[in-house]
Design a protein around this ligand. Structure first.
Ligand code: FPP
Ligand code: MG
Length: 453
């Protein structure tokens, strides 16, 4: 197993001095024999969870307003990679049992009134008639504004059942993965929340990008119009926020809520005229350096943040606390994986077309966006600079830029950069104990580079 210090440049240092045992000691005894994840499908080991996740998610999105109901569910009705839930579920599987508070979390998932049971995650924390967030799919836990409201005398506080006296680690004191694997209801709900936030951002993104297609079908703005698409995205965020608060973990609420801000910042950074001469940036190689740093920051905010914080949140819900290496690994993995994922996405925009992407190729240039391949091409062909500066606005700019990219090593170098990040992500996994989920995550770090859609 790799030492923590070998990969620490890629991760935030943690105060692991507080641990009673070393990071190396966190590697535990091998799991009992389990069918290995197939190389064809690294998602196979969490396939049942992924399948039920989408179906049960639809019930979280019910609205009394039929139009809103339809648009909120629209993107969930078409198959998707569910990459963010997949990463969160695999990290749960790769770390559940290791955290200092695992047994407490497991107890909460089984003990009535402790807030961690599946059905409890649907119960309102505030009285349903005060929330007025009517969801026809959940008539028992929501109430409508139409119901008669009466002043209710304050209810006595219902306290959580007391924690059992001792939650020792494993008998040996060395943390071990739980076997057989147990996914906590809070982690399953988190996976749904991550997908809801992702889909909300797509609803907004398709308005901004004026996309006609998503995954080969009419985009939400094409099918319902811009206004409903924006409102549908907002509705998803609202429902995701309610579900997030019911997870009962402040750290997770903070992490996931901060992703929403990150997504918006990433999108604004992408829209902004960062290369204009008014900002003092001119079309020279120095400017391309500046553009690279904006591009990578935007890539983290727009794509990697949700993956990184989603993985970290999943590990926290499994009982990992401050000072434990697992949540640092989860974040750093997701950050590197997310960067690789988006870099490859940007390459595919040059290489692939409608057949593989479900949208026409070259879309980024038409949106005025200079991604990795164009920025590298700028280094080799200075004439790319003015095109980037004017956001490929003039007639023939897009075609010229595509040609410059073709005659440069831009695509190749962007792929190499993506590979460097995916290798970093793979290296980080060596800090985890061996498991089928770890193998799946390793396979994903290869797939993220070789994928064609
Ligand atoms: C897809 O990018 C879009 C994103 C990853 C994020 C978009 C974020 C916003 C619109 C900010 C608002 C956020 C929320 C949460 C409401 P892309 O256009 O490169 O990919 P595509 O080809 O799939 O459209
Ligand atoms: Mg888009």
């Amino acid at each position: 197993m790799r030492r923590w210090s070998d990969v620490s440049s890629a991760v935030v240092r943690t105060r692991y001095k507080r641990r009673p045992y070393s990071v190396l000691a966190q590697k535990q005894a091998p799991l009992p024999e389990q069918p290995p994840p197939t190389r064809r499908d690294p998602a196979a080991i969490v396939a049942p969870e992924l399948a039920s996740l989408r179906t049960s998610l639809l019930s979280l999105l019910g609205s009394a307003h039929p139009g809103l109901d339809e648009i909120a569910k629209y993107y969930f009705l078409h198959p998707s990679k569910q990459m963010r839930p997949l990463l969160a579920l695999l990290f749960a599987r790769a770390t559940n049992g290791l955290g200092q508070h695992w047994r407490e979390k497991q107890w909460a998932a089984e003990c009535e009134g402790a807030g961690g049971r599946a059905e409890e995650l649907d119960w309102p924390l505030t009285r349903a008639d005060v929330l007025n967030d009517w969801n026809p799919s959940m008539p028992d836990s929501t109430a409508s504004f139409d119901a008669v409201f009466s002043l209710v005398p304050p209810q006595p506080r219902v306290d959580r059942p007391p924690l059992p006296a001792s939650f020792a680690l494993t008998p040996s004191g060395i943390p071990a993965l739980v076997s057989p694997f147990l996914l906590l209801p809070t982690q399953r709900r988190l996976a749904q929340i991550l997908e809801m936030i992702h889909v909300a951002s797509l609803l907004h993104d398709d308005v901004i990008d004026t996309s006609a297609l998503r995954r080969g079908v009419p985009s939400a703005p094409a099918a319902f119009g811009n206004k409903l698409s924006v409102l549908g995205g907002d509705f998803l965020l609202g429902r995701a926020s309610t579900a997030l608060s019911r997870l009962g973990d402040f750290e997770v609420v903070e992490l996931v809520a901060s992703v929403i801000g990150n997504l918006v910042e990433g999108e604004i950074l992408q829209m902004k005229d960062v290369y204009t001469p008014e900002l003092g940036i001119i079309a020279t190689p120095t400017a391309s350096k500046e553009a690279w740093s904006v591009y990578l920051k935007k890539t983290y905010l727009k794509t990697a943040s949700l993956m990184a914080k989603g993985c970290r949140a999943s590990v926290i819900l499994g009982g990992c606390s401050q000072g434990e290496v697992w949540k640092e690994v989860a974040y750093a993995f997701g950050r590197n994986f997310g960067l690789a994922f988006q870099l490859v996405d940007d390459v595919l925009d040059y290489e692939a077309g409608e057949a593989t992407l479900g949208k026409p190729g070259g879309a980024d240039l038409r949106l005025g966006l200079a991604t990795g391949p164009a920025l590298y091409a700028w280094e080799e062909h200075p004439e790319m600079g003015p095109l980037i500066l004017r956001k490929f606005e003039r007639e023939g700019d897009v075609e010229l830029a595509r040609d410059l990219v073709r005659r440069s090593s831009g695509v190749l170098r962007t792929r190499e950069l993506a590979r460097a990040h995916s290798e970093k992500a793979r290296e980080l996994l060596q800090l985890l104990p061996d498991s089928d989920a770890k193998v799946s995550l390793e396979i994903l770090t290869e797939r993220v580079i070789t994928r064609s859609s």
